[in-house]
Design a protein around this ligand. Sequence first.
Ligand SMILES: [Fe+2]
Length: 471
Amino acid sequence: MKYVVSTARAPRLLPLGACLLAASLFALPALAETAVKTEVEPNTLVPAGVMRYAPSVFPDRIIASPAQDAATGFGVSWRTATSVDAPVLEIVVAGDSPDMGVRRRVASRSAELDGENGAARFHRADVDGLQPDTLYAWRVQGGGTWSPWMHTRTAAATDAPLTLLYFGDTQNKNASLSTRVLREAHRQAPDAKLALFAGDLVSGGDGEDDNEWGEWFDAVGPLATMVVNAPAPGNHEYWEEFEDTPQERRVLGDHWTRTFALPANGASGAEPTTYWFDYQDVRVVVLDGTSALDLGTAEAQAAWLDRTLADNPHRWSIALVHQPMYSPRQDRENRLLREHVLPVLERRRVDLVLQGHDHVYGRRGGEDARRDTPQYLVSVVGAKQYRLGAQARQDMDPTAEDTQLFQVIRIDGDTLRYESRTATGRLYDAFELRGATPAARTLHEITEGRIAPRDCPRDATLKGRADRCWE
Ligand SMILES: [Fe+2]
């Protein structure tokens, strides 16, 4: 395919004849203004045979994540070509002058990854010793190049208000259809300092994982460094080794450990994919549902979760896990999570359990009707939309099908306000949790301004799948 780009500049004044000639040259064929039918869309915007995301000497895929204590540090990872050796990160307190003063250099460690876009080297720098509630300017090095200066603010004192974002699965058609959701979230909550992703960031497989990750970064855009990002791994961050044999086994994809600079404080047996951190007055614990369900770590993760929550000095706690404790989709049950992890979430009175995996929306409380926490949420950002099961329609309220969503959570003192909004920013679900201690928490529904519940309006997807709503 060849694209011809004209670089000729038109003179300011053209004789009439030239104008007519130009008009005829640039005249578009008449397009009838008829509706264009929706067609099945490929998973990425990258046509077969096109290399869209080749690594180079310029740093890309730059993303910040919280350190265990987000008030004093954060981690950064970035990607370059393999020719780039031992690049550094430079950091300084952000100032209004372009001369921001003497900056500190932080060393990185690197790991390589070979994909359909060629061999890449990923680098990770852990920045510590920072001042709380301080805006830092930082940049990362490539091969004789630097990234732009990024701004990231450290977490403030525990009693300062906090806005954070929660995103369900992005997974498919990330550039095409997740982009708008993430941008709308940014518009709705420009004060957000932290973003939580509930896993299945990409779909994986088919030899185009790296294009999908490239598109994920395109979709996340400036949020990757303007807030700190905490992802949970989904089943799609794994691949199947020895597929369709008795030895079949889930293996974590190479992108996970290279793409994110996460705290190394996870559960035994699931170290690269589980972690916790403190952000102001909330302790966030990130679990790996796939490892719990398929790799035998459910008990170890539950014990680690219990220890981590027992030590929580903060007023609030949030658990982030891909597979839901209560599945809103028909015929799905994550038994080992229910057996081992759920009792800990209940006993420790976690406030929010943020989940994904089922490609619908649903909220419910726990089994004990006398308690308002935890609130169990399932949400979805991306284009893939499933259908609700009958049980979910009984037990969950509100629910949604066929809806791309994001969530804004605001914590201020003894109040946590949760808002779920659609891709266009309309309010779909809202509530507050109030109370000074986990045992005192009460739920207050906010119904004003919510739009009507949404159900799938079609019998089958474009590909004819009746068990899904969109794909
Ligand atoms: Fe999933």
